[in-house]
Design a protein around this ligand. Structure first.
Ligand code: PEP
Ligand code: MN
Length: 345
């Protein structure tokens, strides 16, 4: 990882660095943070001579030699001071960052989504979620609908809150990018789909678009999870949030095996904010508050919660796991208390 003295290398400086890297069959990837650029060395970079030559250039501040399976995600990397922003919020600063909204937008009842969105704004959340396209286990279940995109865009327009939707393929990605969706969610089923991760990283490189990457549900190890995130960052988008959401096999009585406890591990290994999804983890509205509070106590920067104005009228996961926006408001106040008193290393 190369850190220049100025905020960015100019074209001739970059050429000079690239020429040295090329001598060692390596290439350079520019990673655009919000305020400054850092440069990753791609290839077999375990060559001290190359490091010394680059570090010796007058416009280079330092070259980090990090021995880690994920060079850019490592908290010792040049990205360690990168901050992820969504809308007007810096994720993890001052208070828990809350994304909330229905699991699935019902295109036949747009008002249910819009009412949920307004109530959630009132509750104090920072971003709205809502499934436009849904990954369903059963091919005959509702798969989502392009029309739902205009509903969540309307909600953004009316509330001023940024929006988060899941994309599963190139076509959905294009529609979401054209609509300037603020947060692209990569679901647990695609969490290890490296082609999609690369495509999303490339398509959002250098932009403000954030990515919420869920953890693979088949017990992706913390390092496998972080390595998946590395794909996005290596393509040039460090605006990333890691989202534990429970794994299989399930803990009897819950939807998955709750995994908010990996938060301190993730935060110890990487600089990326952790936003826990308690809804898919425990999978039952009654258990969501406790899981949320536990996640904040474990050091999470935020939560992604399923919430619906009338869960019984919701579709997808909403009838079983969405909580009412009033409950979100109550929970947020409790989370802020835990936030203030939690013990972090
Ligand atoms: C969702 O957020 O509604 C969803 C399908 O999430 P996951 O990919 O974690 O199952
Ligand atoms: Mn869901």
């Amino acid at each position: 990882m190369i850190i220049p003295k100025a905020n960015k290398l100019d074209a001739s400086q970059l050429k000079e660095v690239e020429a040295i890297a090329a001598d060692f069959e390596c290439s350079i990837l520019e990673i655009q943070g919000r305020n400054r650029c850092v440069y990753a060395i791609l290839g077999d970079e375990g060559r001290e001579v190359m490091f010394k030559r680059i570090a010796g250039l007058p416009f280079i501040s330092k070259v980090d030699m990090i021995e880690s399976p994920y060079k850019l995600m490592d908290r010792r990397s040049g990205l360690s001071d990168h901050r992820v922003r969504v809308g007007r919020s810096e994720v993890g600063k001052d208070e828990p960052f809350i994304i909330a909204g229905p699991c699935t937008i019902d295109p036949a009842n747009p008002n249910l989504y819009l009412e949920s969105a307004h109530a959630l704004k009132e509750a104090g959340v920072h971003a709205l979620r809502g499934g436009v396209w849904k990954p369903r286990t059963n091919p005959y279940s509702f798969q989502g609908d392009n029309d739902s995109l205009s509903i969540i865009l309307q909600a953004r327009e009316e509330t001023g809150l940024p929006i988060d939707i899941e994309v599963m393929d190139s076509e959905q990605l294009k529609l979401a990018l054209d609509a300037k969706v603020d947060v692209l969610q990569i679901g647990t089923r695609n969490a290890l789909n490296y082609s999609l991760l690369k495509e999303i990283g490339r398509a959002t490189a250098g932009s403000d678009t954030a990515v919420l990457l869920k953890r693979g549900r088949h017990v992706a190890s913390p390092n496998e999870f972080i390595a998946a995130a590395e794909y996005l960052v290596a393509e040039g988008n460090p605006n990333l949030m890691l989202c534990p959401r429970g794994t299989t096999p399930q803990l009897e009585g819950y939807r998955n095996h709750p995994d908010e406890s990996i938060t301190p591990l993730l935060k110890n290994r990487t600089w990326a904010p952790v936003v826990v999804d308690p809804s898919h983890s425990v999978g039952h509205a009654d258990f969501v508050p406790a899981c949320s509070l536990a996640a904040i106590a474990y050091g999470a920067d935020g939560l992604c919660i399923e919430s619906h104005i009338n869960p019984a009228k919701g579709i997808g996961d909403d009838p079983k796991q969405a909580i009412h926006p009033d409950k979100v408001k109550e929970l947020l106040a409790a989370c802020r208390q835990v936030w203030k008193t939690r013990y972090l290393p």
